[in-house]
Design a protein around this ligand. Structure first.
Ligand code: ATP
Length: 358
């Protein structure tokens, strides 16, 4: 059982970093990866995902804090002694070896018996649809197949502490991505090993992981399952980043169980204490709908976008542009309109953070 714990972990690539935020690629972070969990580290480019992954594997020694595997402090332990598999963005394969030899390599290195190697390589090749090319030299294969070999080498050992993936499907053809994601999930169920998957693609994160860890600017902002991140983003950044389009935010004054948006009072699902900070209401586009002028919050209709499965209206309310659903059959002809929020789905944010009701 390997629970991976980050204790006050921080990383700066500067020789003598100051306390200033910008000096730190990873700000002080505390987090626990449960044994056997499927995690995704999700966030925009440069937010520190790879840094965190490389600290776990030992490619980067953190500037501050401790890393523990179970009770063992591995902060300064060698990469080999951590017993981790890592799959990178671009294929890492031995060109002169066959596909089978490549897949067998991590097992041979560990002195696994030949019959066990054959059996495991056969299983992995089957899972990744590489059986037909097992005897082919790696150099003669397509980029997709070569990255599948890399994935296979990462997955072939069943006795590792964790398997780390750093944007492993970047070079893979989009049509094949779906298939490989479900393959990775299947292997995760089979192996009972902790997997940590770095990506900036929310679909990839949400379909692969049980727990998505959302990062921004060197910080973990929230971790949770798809429903938690979608319904109750802990931070306005998370609301914006998850969902397409992201959550709408509109400034409001909140008092008890009601909110005032640019002079219109609407009901809130819970009671809130009075707040002096910049307060915003957050509501997903599918929980807000366009209405006739005179209903709901007065809005100015900018345009309607037909997405095929639904229509979205872009509207202006209180100097913000929001995306809201256009009800079936509605064909608005005036730019004067209204918007109705689905009360139970409204979240309240103060200073960018989700506010717990009283
Ligand atoms: P990407 O998806 O672009 O790889 P990321 O979220 O994985 O981004 P990191 O690669 O961890 O982010 O980078 C975090 C910050 O640290 C960035 O500002 C980056 O420029 C910086 N950084 C990363 N590696 C190094 C390094 N070896 N030396 C100096 N700065 C680095």
């Amino acid at each position: 059982m390997t629970t991976i714990t980050l204790e006050n972990l921080a990383q700066s690539y500067l020789k003598s970093p100051s306390k200033a935020d910008e000096d730190w690629a990873l700000k002080e972070t505390n987090f626990t990866f449960r044994h056997g969990g499927a995690y995704a580290l999700l966030g925009p480019s440069g937010c520190g995902k790879t840094t965190l992954l490389n600290i776990i594997s030992g490619l980067v020694v953190p500037t501050r804090g401790r890393l523990k595997f179970g009770d063992r402090d591995v902060t300064h332990a060698s990469t080999v002694s951590r017993n981790i598999s890592q799959v990178f963005q671009f294929p890492v394969v031995y060109d002169t070896m066959t596909v089978g030899e490549n897949l067998a390599f991590p097992l041979r290195n560990r002195g696994v018996a030949a019959d066990k190697i054959k059996q495991r390589v056969g299983q992995i090749a089957e899972l990744l649809d590489l059986t037909a090319v097992l005897d082919k030299k790696a150099r003669n294969l397509t980029p997709d197949a070569r990255q599948k070999i890399s994935l296979g080498r990462g997955l072939v050992r069943s006795d590792v502490s964790a398997i780390l993936f750093d944007e492993p499907l970047t070079v893979i053809d989009p049509a094949l991505k779906w298939e490989l994601r479900s393959t990775l999930k299947a292997v995760h169920r089979e192996l009972d090993v902790t997997m940590v998957y770095v990506t900036h693609d929310q679909t990839e994160a949400l379909t692969f992981a049980d727990t998505v860890v959302v990062m921004s600017d060197g910080r973990v902002l929230q971790s949770g399952n798809a429903e938690e991140l979608y319904e109750r983003p802990a931070h306005t950044f998370v609301g914006n980043f998850i969902g397409s389009p992201g959550m709408n935010f509109v400034p409001a004054k909140v008092s008890g169980r009601s909110a005032d948006i640019a002079g219109t009072a609407i009901a809130l699902p819970h009671t809130y204490a009075a707040m002096s900070d910049a307060v915003e209401l957050g509501v997903r586009p599918n929980y807000a709908r366009l209405a006739e002028a005179g209903s709901g919050i007065p809005a100015r209709l900018i345009r309607i976008e037909d997405l095929g499965r639904m229509r979205l209206a872009r509207v202006r309310i209180a100097d913000r542009t929001l995306s809201v659903t256009v009800p079936d059959g509605m064909t608005p002809e005036s730019e004067t309109a209204g918007v109705i929020f689905d009360t139970p789905r409204i979240n309240v944010y103060s200073g960018g953070r989700l506010v717990a009701p009283d």
